[in-house]
Design a protein around this ligand. Sequence first.
Ligand code: PEP
Ligand code: MG
Length: 574
Amino acid sequence: MKLSGIPINSGIAIGRVMRYLPDCGEKGEKARDAAICAEEELDRYRRAAEEVRQELKQLVRQASEEGQAHSDIFYAHVAMLEDKMLNAEIADCITKEHMRASNAVCRVFNRFEAMLRHTGEPLIQERAADLSDIRLRLLQRFSGQPRHDLSKLPGPVVVVAKDLLPSDTATLDRKNVLAIVTEGGSLTSHSAIIACSYGIPAVLGVSGAVSKLRDGETVVVDGVSGCVHTQVAGEEMKRFCLLRDQMLREKERAMGVRNAQPITKDGRRIGVKLNMEALTQDVLDARSCVDGVGLFRTEFLYMDRPEPPSEEEQFQVYRRVAEAFGGKAVTLRTLDLGGDKQAGCLNLPHEENPFLGSRALRLCLSRPELFRTQLRAALRASVYGNLQLMLPMVSSVEDIRAARVVLEQAKTQLRERGQPFQAHIPVGIMVEIPSIALVADLAAREVDFASIGTNDLCQYLMAADRKNPAVATYYRTLHPAMLRLISLVTEAFHRLGKQVSVCGEMGGNPVTALALIGLGVDSLSVGVSALPGIKKMIPSISAHEAKNQMDRLQKQCLTKDIERALQELLDSAL
Ligand code: PEP
Ligand code: MG
């Protein structure tokens, strides 16, 4: 039998099924009960809520100490539990409708969960699972029953469940979970996020998994194709075993290459940093192989939520990232919303050409309080590590100066509050609009560093939408105009002794990264998956030879000739 679902993590696992069917002690929602004493029930609720709050805070601490990305999830659970509207409704059910505390919790949480499920927004719908997680914790407090979970498993198993709550996945006995199969869930569920960060093969959304699979039977979970195979034997089983071992070996090899020193054959040290959106397990595991974070895309914190994150929430997140990287620099890019990155919580108006509209820094300058809130949070976090700020979508020196005014206001506010921050936090710009690239000599006087955002620089320079396949042939990062512009920026910043990094995708592809090294950039900031390729390329090439090639290639007419020459150079080096 073959069951299909959504693949979450690549990798193949072979093992015995253990179905997880927790008895959550959930009670139905009952109507009024004249016999209750409202004061006592209210008190019971408050005590239970406080205990759950402390339990969740302990989970946040534990996850942060272990460097786990999912501490954010429990942090969000604390915020949900403290929600004023939710608490007021529960209190009303108890005092006005004479409901027991447990029934009031069921009534109100069910209503809130249903509201989220009916939004039609998959990402918001997923948050209903977080509410049911908190509801179960509260109900278990009332019933006094011990919580069943997956923190101690009898041996290596494939966990099969209707659904896993975020806390089930977060407290998993990781050394014994070979794979996860659930009936519910999707790519954006917190269970998926956590499974992903653990690197456990997982297939979610497998209809009927709990009734179709039996405890103890051996299954093959294929996290590549999203299939669960049963009754596999003989040649077929041999094939799966081979595939599993091969994938494990590839993973180990890639891990080995990641540790290589990024020094070219002729002794030039190239900085290698990470691009990140959140502190996932992948990012945490890669920390020791990189020089820091070259691009922390903070806008993801604002997406898929009804309200923008508060200063406190942002501070906690930025602080955790800064602490996780110790003394290594973390480049926090201020909000880059707008364009293709929309955030419902900001109610951004419709624009005919959003990529040419009120995006990123432009949006922040038009909403100074939104910007100041983020800057205050980042400044406060700056005392916990080595943070630097980076402004996206800068088009002129005026933009830089206007941003600096808001930054000074944020600093003044913190001084008034008596909160500490790094007064001389470095400030850099993204060079991703041709206008600022062309006046890089002027911009370099105003900031501490530059990072070239080649993804946008190419689309704005070539007038080719970075997401439109119809114009993909016009979107060529090795066009001589791109090469000349990058060279101009690098030289202008170097003249003032300031560093230039590249955080666009061009830095993550070995062929184009070779061109960037030849053009003189100091560091490359890349996604985790691009690390092995880049770390393999750097020690194989000569920076001097790359420079000579690039001096020559910038004068070529045809992009295809440049692409071919660079590919040949790389092939001969590797
Ligand atoms: C870029 O434009 O190259 C960049 C790194 O920013 P983003 O892809 O987030 O727009
Ligand atoms: Mg960009």
